[in-house]
Design a protein around this ligand. Structure first.
Ligand SMILES: Cc1cc2nc3c(=O)[nH]c(=O)nc-3n(C[C@H](O)[C@H](O)[C@H](O)COP(=O)(O)O)c2cc1C
Length: 267
């Protein structure tokens, strides 16, 4: 049986504004409220970890030159501060929450912000003793108690720049193999899962909006590469995600919200 070339059909049917999406009035005062609302996923009943946001300085052009996909991870943890900066400057809020149109590190078609981020910390880091901290005040992998990341499944709460703690648990090598396809991912510190909440974008842009959603994931991905480089972390984009297993783990239905992209991050 011939399998239809769905990508060709999709691409043709979403090709230009006239075919690809419904008429959008030029005057935004005629738009429905949902096109102008910024939606934030939140887990109000679950514990939350506040994150930092003061970045180090870096040479932007050098970062672009140095950016590479790095897969030689060493199972060394990253710190809470590093994850904070990684998230803030890849996909965090960078504008005022007072204004109705919020702004983030990435561009977003129509500022619809359809992407959600779920960091998976594979193994808990050990906090250093006060003596170890004194012996090595500039230690690369600072793991002072307040800077330690516990293993678990988290959701990046963009509005509060915080982590929602979805599941406090360790991930064995076997567990990691169930959610990512490449064997070296288990030596990273963190897996990043990007999902899309399709309706946020597609209730405005229809079929064509699907393109915008994947493009936005790519914008975030490039930020993740550059911020990793600035922080001295290694990272690699992952098309090799086991989507259905990840969707079960995160507890999303895989239809209204589904996995679109992944990253491995570590040292
Ligand atoms: C959408 C996308 C998916 C990717 N998926 C994987 C992957 O699953 N496994 C992998 O080892 N590299 C993956 N990569 C990384 C590419 O292999 C890498 O970018 C390419 O080889 C160029 O190398 P560089 O990033 O070091 O310049 C992916 C890159 C992109 C943009």
């Amino acid at each position: 049986m011939d399998i239809p070339d769905f990508s060709k059909i999709f691409h043709q049917s979403s090709k230009d504004l006239a075919k690809g999406h419904p008429q959008i009035p030029a005057d935004s005062s005629e738009w429905p409220d949902e096109w102008k609302t910024t939606y934030y996923k939140a887990y109000p009943r679950l514990p939350k970890i506040a994150l930092d946001d003061k970045p180090p300085s870096a040479d932007f052009f050098e970062l672009i030159k140095k950016r590479r996909s790095r897969r030689d991870f060493t199972r060394t943890p990253i710190t809470k501060r590093e994850l904070s900066l990684f998230l803030k400057y890849s996909c965090g809020n960078t504008g005022s929450l007072e204004k109705s149109r919020h702004r983030r590190a990435q561009a977003s078609g129509g500022a619809r912000f359809p992407i959600e981020i779920y960091p998976i910390v594979f193994r808990s880091a050990q906090a250093r003793t006060p003596k170890e901290s004194l012996d090595d005040p500039t230690g690369q992998a600072q793991t002072d108690a307040e800077n330690v990341l516990k293993a678990g499944l988290y959701h990046y709460n963009v509005k509060d720049h915080a982590l929602d703690v979805l599941w406090d648990r360790e991930f064995s090598d076997e567990d990691i193999g169930q959610i990512f396809t490449y064997p070296w991912v288990k030596d990273a510190a963190i897996g990043i899962v990007m999902t899309a909440v399709f309706s946020r974008n597609q209730n405005k842009y229809g079929e064509r909006g699907y393109r915008y959603i994947l493009l936005e994931a790519g914008h975030i991905g490039q930020n993740m590469y550059l911020v990793s480089e600035a922080l001295g972390l290694k990272c690699c984009a992952l098309g090799g995600t086991r989507d259905e297993n990840l969707e079960k783990l995160i507890d999303i239905d895989g239809v209204t919200e589904a996995v679109v992209y992944g990253f491995a991050v570590g040292r």
